[in-house]
Design a protein around this ligand. Structure first.
Ligand code: IPE
Ligand code: IPE
Ligand code: MG
Length: 247
């Protein structure tokens, strides 16, 4: 039974094609319950499931979820291990259902730093879901936007050095095509949960004109209704891209 809000956002049109989410607040959610941080990460999986279904229902084309940052490698070893295990569990357990729903999974980030088991689980889900056309789901893992930009710069510099590219040919489109998000439109809407007003090294290039939505809900409590709220608010915004308002 679709909610009224879902009906409303579908009818009003102008859907965000690409929604990106910084899934934050698992640790605080667990602490509020007197539990270890891992308990919050585990609970966050339910929110991922609901959000993916909500994105499909709403007609979003691309959903990018920030699951693990490069900086998160500096967390205590036990927490990093727990996060990796949960990630493996999520992709192994969900890939069949994701495929049935027409979701195509991709992983964005410095995947070389992942352990072989995690890499295999992710690679398996990417292969298994390839060709899905309902929703493209990007999991940003071991992801850092500055590293992504540096990587693109290095690849282009190597091409210049080899003589297959001249510096004047480097423009915004060429640069974008060397980022992990090559082939995806920039996010229209960025949601960050847990009330933090910062970007935390996420998609620094791609967010240039993205609409930002911070919601106070901690990630494990996030549901498709919260996603619809964010989309409804997005639809009330006026995006100007530096120009003057349409009269
Ligand atoms: C988000 O929740 C999950 C990851 C960053 C991996 P946190 O673990 O950052 O939770 P808080 O921000 O400490 O509450
Ligand atoms: C951002 O959350 C990274 C992810 C959600 C994966 P953090 O909790 O790591 O960010 P900071 O430390 O609050 O900026
Ligand atoms: Mg956090």
């Amino acid at each position: 039974m679709p909610s009224d809000l879902l009906e409303q956002i579908r009818l009003s049109g102008d859907l965000p094609r690409h929604v990106a989410i910084i899934m934050d607040g698992n640790g605080r959610w667990a602490r509020e319950r007197g539990k270890p941080r891992e308990f919050g990460h585990r609970a966050g999986m339910r929110a991922v499931r609901d959000t993916v279904e909500g994105a499909i229902e709403a007609g979003v084309e691309v959903l990018t979820l920030f699951a693990f940052s490069q900086e998160n490698w500096h967390r205590p070893e036990g927490e990093v291990r727990a996060l990796m295990t949960l990630l493996e569990l999520y992709v192994r357990r969900e890939r069949r259902d994701l495929k049935e729903k027409g979701v195509e999974v991709r992983a964005l980030g410095d995947l070389h730093r992942l352990g072989p088991r995690t890499r295999a689980a992710l690679g398996g889900a990417v292969e298994y879901t390839r060709g899905g056309t309902t929703l493209r789901l990007n999991l940003a893992i071991s992801y850092g936007a500055r590293a992504e930009i540096v990587h693109a710069a290095r690849v282009l510099a190597e091409r210049v050095q080899r003589g297959t590219l001249i510096p004047a040919e480097i423009d915004e489109d060429l640069f974008s095509s060397h980022l992990y998000t090559a082939g995806f439109p920039d996010p229209d809407l960025l949601i960050r949960t847990s009330g933090e007003f910062r970007i935390s090294n996420f998609m620094l290039w791609q967010l240039a004109y993205t609409e930002l939505h911070v919601c106070s809900v901690l990630w494990p409590d996030f549901s498709r209704e919260n996603l619809y709220d964010a989309i409804a608010e997005y639809q009330r915004r006026e995006r100007r891209f530096g120009r003057v308002a349409a009269s």
